[in-house]
Structure formats: structure tokens, C-alpha cells
Write a protein that binds this ligand. Structure first.
Ligand code: ADP
Length: 649
């Protein structure tokens, strides 16, 4: 029994299939893309020859080795590619995947992989059809673009300078965060506004001109001002460049805040000007110096010679002596000023804080300057004293000598530059922990522009200088420095032809000043030393004569040794000597060695050193040699009496 079936249809269908497959293959063979087909089990059914162009491997190699497809996959993309191969469920439609392969030539290529499930007419699943495209060039370009975009965004966003892009009408198109910070608003909010809104009114017209120049490319950097949203005007430097922005012409501003730069430029300029002025003042001073010294010297030498003329009348003699004294005082002042300023500048000046009775100090200064005023014959000018505190014990802790020095200088100046009206010395206690001493005058005043100069070394108002008023120009410089060393300051308010007021402001601890203190008072007048003997060791006749003139008044008996050796001998011969005034620089045996010798046999004999050497180390050396006290020349009579009294009363 047999069955005969007509299979014409099937044979024809197979034929048709073969034919159509051949057609498809022929078509696929010529595709530019790399094509392959996989059967439902994943077995390679077809590989297009173009695989060789893209992968370097021939189609037959792929057909033979089922692993080659996996082997050529880039290790980093392997897992995603495998996942894709195994993913049967998800293959309803078309699936796309970008992945990398490594070619036979070891080159990495980017592949755009499109995979499609294929079904027969009868709905049977036939496998996958894959079309791979080499997209390496596009990928590289894309990546480069992304990188460069990232780079430039970073530059724009992270730039410390404000960057603003605007069109040629000034409309802001973009602004970075630094711009937002500069203008004090969110950078995004700047977009859409015009740049001219942020220019201060007074610079706006200039800015508009600059803007046209920038558009024309005729200007690069420019200093200008910008206005922040809080209406603060800030100095800036703008660097403008013409750019293309989103296909249009635009201007890019790099704006830098130059507040700090301008500040340091100004400081530098000021320092330079100060240095130049100091240099100029010094040259002027040096040129004047020889004249300053010679003028009083001429008077001293000239009139001293004339004095020996016996024919002179008493009046003439007194007049000449006055000239000599004046000259000497001028010279002494000059020397003291120079020493003071040098010491201050070398940081060698010491401030000794002690209790200072303000009331007494004021009285003393007032009395001294009243005498000077009367001596100068300034009758139409009044000297006033203003003490707002009646408490006689009102004291502050400071260096009384330095305050006296500053106020004396101010009073001296006031006296020099005031002929009519009044000069007032006083102090105020307007604020807690602060005393303001002042010297006010109705004198010639100081023009505003000179008010800084007068506190500089050698600074003087030129037109105020005449023969009578010639000074060194150092007084105020010294006073200001002293005021600062005392923790305060010295200032001036003045108007030309109206007058001046100099204020010395000092910080004080007022509470501490009120503490009761024992008063130490030494009475100088009416000394009688008629039973005492003083030995003066002094090689200069002039100095001895001066000491003699002062001490004679006490009826003391004086002995004179002209050198150290003589002093030692006289001490040995005269047991009745009560005290020795010892000069240091002397011939034969100097003072210090003489002291050592004398102390060997008269340990308790008080010896006071009196010297013109006023260096701190001289003082130490004197005490080391055995001296009991130390005085510097020129000797002040009151001080001399006080010191001797300590030992012989
Ligand atoms: P000196 O008085 O020796 O010239 P200072 O430093 O004390 O030096 O003063 C500097 C300059 O300041 C004076 O030369 C003078 O031009 C001006 N000056 C100071 N005090 C007064 C004052 N009370 N009235 C007017 N000018 C003054």
C-alpha cells in the first residue's frame, strides 16, 4: 500500500525560496554595511563580504568560527553585547546598539548595530537579520565636540573674571557666575538686560563711545567703572573681544575688579611722593644747615670778642651778652632737635610712664611761657590757661617730660606765629579714657594744603618764615612721633589768617589717676651750706665759672681740681670735703678712674658725675665706677641743688 502525494507545490515553493534567498544574498553581498543573519539557534547563516572592509576578517572566517563575533567585540562592551545576543524576548521590533569592535588590525571601531527579527510568510521565526554600520568617524567627532564644549563651558563658568557676552546693541546674551558676583545678582538674570544699565551715569557717555570703538575693533583694554545692583560703583578693567555667538556678531567682555590694584597703586604713588618730598626737604635742610649753624655762631664769636673791649658801656655789654645767649640757645635747640629726631628714628627714645600731675604741669608751662611772652614784648597778645578740672591732684599716667616737650614746642610755635589776639593752653576731658591737650592761637594760621607737610621732618610753611621766626622745621615732626610713642596722636585744625589749634590726644586710665599719692616736694630756695665743702673736678674754666656762679649763692666753700689726678690728691688732703662734682673727660686722669681711686680711701664720700656725654652707656659706666648720681650738661640749677641736697642735708 502506498501513498502518492503531489509535491509539485512544495518543490515549486522550495524553488521559489531558493531563488528568493539567492536574490537576497546577491543583494546582501553588495550592501555597503556589514550584514549577517543568524538562525533561531544563533548559528551564523549568512555573512556579507563587507565584513572584511569593516572588521578585517573575511566572511568565510566568520562562517567557520562561531566565536569570532564575540572575539572581535571590544572587552568593555562585551557584556552588553552578549546580553543583547541572548535577549530573545525583547526582540519584537528593531533593536539598536552602539558598541565597539577591535579589528584584525587592532583598531577600535564604533559600530551602529541594528538587529531585526525575521519571520516567514507562515509566521515562522526565521532568525535575526543584522546590519552593522561603521560610525567611528562620527563618534570621534561627537566626542571631540562634547569635550571641547565641556572645556569651554568650564572656562566660562569657572573663570575668576566676569565674562559677559552682548550683541552690538549692548543686550546681554550670556554672563558667567563671576559676572553675577561682580554685579551682585544671579548671572542668569543679567541675560536680557543691556550693559549700559550697569554703567554709572557720569561715565555712560564715555562708555558708549568706547563701546563703538570695541565694535570696530579699535580698542582693547580700558579702565572704567561699573554699577552693581546695589548702586555701588566699582573700578574695573574691561578687555573686549569680538566673537561669533550663536551665529551672530557679539562682543565679549572680560571684566576685572581692580579696586585692590588701584588701592595699591595709590599707596605706591603716595609712598613715592612722600619719599621724593622727604628727599627734597632733606636737601633744603642740608643747604640751610650750614647757614643755620653759622648765624648763631657768628653772633657768639663776634660778640664774645667785642666784650673784651673795656670801653663798652654797661648797656652795650648787656646787649651783647643777650645776643650771645640768644645765639647759644638757638644752637642748643638745633642740636637738641637733631638728637631727638635721630633717637626717635633709631627707636632709641625711652618713654617713662609715671604719674603726671596735669594741674601742676599746666601751671608750670603757663608760667614759663608767660615769662617768654613778656620778654618778647608781645603786649597786645594774651596768654590764657584753661583747666576744666579744679582738682589739684588730677593726675594721669604718662611721661610728663615728653608731654612737656610737646606742649612747649606747640606753645613756642604759637608764640612765634601769633602777634595779636590770644594763645590758649588747656585740656579737655570730653571722652572717657582720653585727655586732649590743646594749644590754640589767633596767629597767622596754616593753609590747608600745608597742614600735612608741617608734621614732616624739616617741613615748614615757606611764606611764614622770616628772620624772627626761623626754626628748624623739626619740632612738629618730633612732637608727632612723641605723641604716637605715648599712645596718642597730634593733629591740627587751622585756617589761614584766623589761627590754629594743635591737639595732643592721649589715652589715659582716669580711674588710676585719682589714687591718692604722697607728694614729694623739695624746696630749693634759701639754701645755706656755709659749713659745707664741695670739690669741683672740671678742666674747663668756663664750666667751673658757671658752677661757681650758681653755688656761690649758698655760701658753700668750693675747691677746684683741674684734672682727675688733682681731684684724687685733694680728696686725700682735705678730710672736710662733703661732696665731689666730677667731670668725666679730663686730662691726666679721667673722671671715672678718679672716682675709683677716691672710693678706695673714702668709700662714703658722695660723688656726682656731671658730663656732656649723655649716652645711656655713659650713665651705666659712671655708676659702675662708683658714682652716686649722674647729671648731664648743660646743668640746670634747680636740678643741681636738688641732687646735692640729697647728699649733704
Ligand atoms: P619750626 O617751628 O622749627 O619751623 P615746627 O616743626 O615746629 O618747626 O613747625 C613747622 C612749621 O609749621 C613752622 O615752620 C610753621 O610754618 C608751621 N607752624 C607750626 N605751628 C604754627 C602755628 N601755631 N601757626 C602757624 N604756623 C605754624
Amino acid at each position: 500500500e502506498g501513498v502518492i502525494r503531489d509535491i509539485t507545490e512544495r518543490i515549486n515553493a522550495e524553488d521559489d525560496f531558493k531563488k528568493s534567498e539567492e536574490k537576497l544574498r546577491t543583494l546582501a553581498d553588495f550592501t555597503y554595511n556589514w550584514e549577517y543573519w543568524l538562525d533561531p539557534e544563533g548559528k551564523m547563516v549568512y555573512m556579507s563580504p563587507s565584513s572584511e572592509r569593516i572588521t578585517g576578517y573575511r566572511a568565510d572566517e566568520f562562517m567557520e568560527s562561531s566565536d569570532l563575533l564575540i572575539d572581535t567585540t571590544h572587552p568593555d562592551d562585551l557584556s552588553s553585547f552578549k546580553e543583547h545576543l541572548l535577549d530573545e524576548n525583547n526582540l519584537d521590533g528593531v533593536l539598536e546598539l552602539d558598541y565597539r569592535i577591535v579589528t584584525r588590525q587592532n583598531k577600535v571601531k564604533w559600530i551602529n548595530h541594528i538587529c531585526q527579527k525575521v519571520y516567514g510568510d507562515d509566521g515562522r521565526y526565521l532568525g535575526r537579520r543584522v546590519s552593522n554600520k561603521d560610525i567611528t568617524d562620527g563618534k570621534i567627532a561627537e566626542e571631540e565636540l562634547r569635550n571641547s564644549e565641556e572645556r569651554f563651558r568650564a572656562l566660562f563658568y569657572k573663570a575668576p573674571d566676569a565674562i559677559i557676552v552682548q550683541d552690538y546693541k549692548g543686550k546681554i546674551l550670556d554672563a558667567n557666575p563671576a559676572a553675577g558676583q561682580l554685579y551682585q545678582m544671579e548671572n542668569d538674570k543679567l541675560t536680557g538686560k543691556t550693559i549700559f544699565e550697569f554703567v554709572p551715569k557720569e561715565s555712560r557717555s564715555e562708555f558708549k563711545t568706547d563701546f563703538s570703538m570695541w565694535i570696530e575693533g579699535k580698542m582693547d583694554n580700558k579702565r572704567s567703572f561699573i554699577l552693581t545692583t546695589t548702586s555701588k560703583s566699582i573700578p574695573v578693567e574691561i578687555h573686549a573681544s569680538r566673537i561669533r555667538y550663536s551665529g551672530n556678531d557679539a562682543l565679549m567682555f572680560n571684566i576685572r575688579d581692580i579696586t585692590a590694584i588701584i588701592e595699591s597703586e595709590n599707596k605706591l604713588k603716595e609712598a613715592k611722593e612722600n619719599a621724593e618730598q622727604a628727599d627734597m626737604l632733606k636737601s633744603v635742610f642740608l643747604a640751610n644747615m650750614s647757614h643755620e649753624i653759622r648765624t648763631p655762631m657768628n653772633a657768639i664769636i663776634g660778640f664774645s670778642e667785642i666784650l673784651s673791649d673795656e670801653e663798652l658801656s654797661k648797656r652795650e655789654r648787656e646787649e651783647f651778652i643777650r645776643y650771645i645767649t640768644q645765639g647759644s640757645n638757638t644752637l642748643m635747640n638745633l642740636i637738641e632737635d637733631i638728637i631727638d629726631i635721630t633717637k626717635i628714628e633709631a627707636g632709641k627714645i625711652k618713654i617713662n610712664f609715671t604719674e603726671c600731675n596735669v594741674s601742676n604741669l599746666m601751671d608750670e608751662l603757663y608760667a614759663t611761657f608767660l615769662k617768654i611772652k613778656n620778654r618778647n614784648g608781645k603786649k597786645s597778645m594774651e596768654l590764657r590757661l584753661n583747666k576744666p578740672v579744679s582738682d589739684k591732684d588730677f593726675s594721669i599716667s604718662t611721661d610728663p617730660n615728653r608731654i612737656r616737650q610737646v606742649l612747649s614746642n606747640l606753645l613756642g610755635n604759637a608764640l612765634k606765629f601769633t602777634d595779636e589776639g590770644y594763645i590758649e593752653l588747656g585740656f579737655t576731658l570730653e571722652r572717657e579714657n582720653q585727655v586732649v591737650f590743646y594749644v590754640k592761637d589767633t596767629g597767622i594760621g596754616i593753609p590747608k594744603e600745608e597742614q600735612k607737610l608741617i608734621f614732616e621732618r624739616f617741613g615748614q610753611v615757606e611764606e611764614a618764615q622770616d628772620k624772627e621766626r626761623k626754626g628748624t622745621g623739626l619740632g612738629l615732626a618730633i612732637s608727632k612721633k612723641l605723641a604716637e610713642l605715648l599712645g596718642g596722636n597730634l593733629t591740627v585744625e587751622s585756617e589761614k589768617d584766623v589761627g590754629s589749634i594743635f591737639k595732643l590726644t592721649l589715652p589715659v586710665d582716669l580711674g588710676a589717676g585719682k589714687v591718692e599719692k604722697k607728694k614729694i616736694e623739695i624746696k630749693v630756695p634759701e639754701i645755706n651750706w656755709n659749713n659745707k665743702v664741695i670739690l669741683i673736678a672740671e678742666d674747663s674754666v668756663l664750666n667751673y665759672t658757671y658752677l661757681e656762679a650758681i653755688l656761690q649763692r649758698t655760701n658753700v666753700k668750693l675747691l677746684w681740681a683741674k684734672d682727675g689726678k688733682e681731684a684724687v690728691d685733694m680728696c686725700q688732703e682735705n678730710d672736710d670735703i662733703d661732696i665731689v662734682l666730677m667731670d668725666i673727660k679730663m686730662p691726666v686722669l679721667d673722671g671715672l678712674n678718679a672716682i675709683k681711686e677716691i672710693k678706695k680711701f673714702r668709700k662714703d664720700l658722695p660723688i656726682i658725675v656731671q658730663t656732656a656725654y649723655a649716652m645711656p652707656e655713659d650713665r651705666e659706666r659712671s655708676f659702675a665706677a662708683g658714682s652716686d648720681e649722674y647729671l648731664t650738661k648743660p646743668l640746670n640749677a634747680t636740678e643741681l641743688f636738688k641732687t646735692i641736697s640729697k647728699f649733704i642735708n
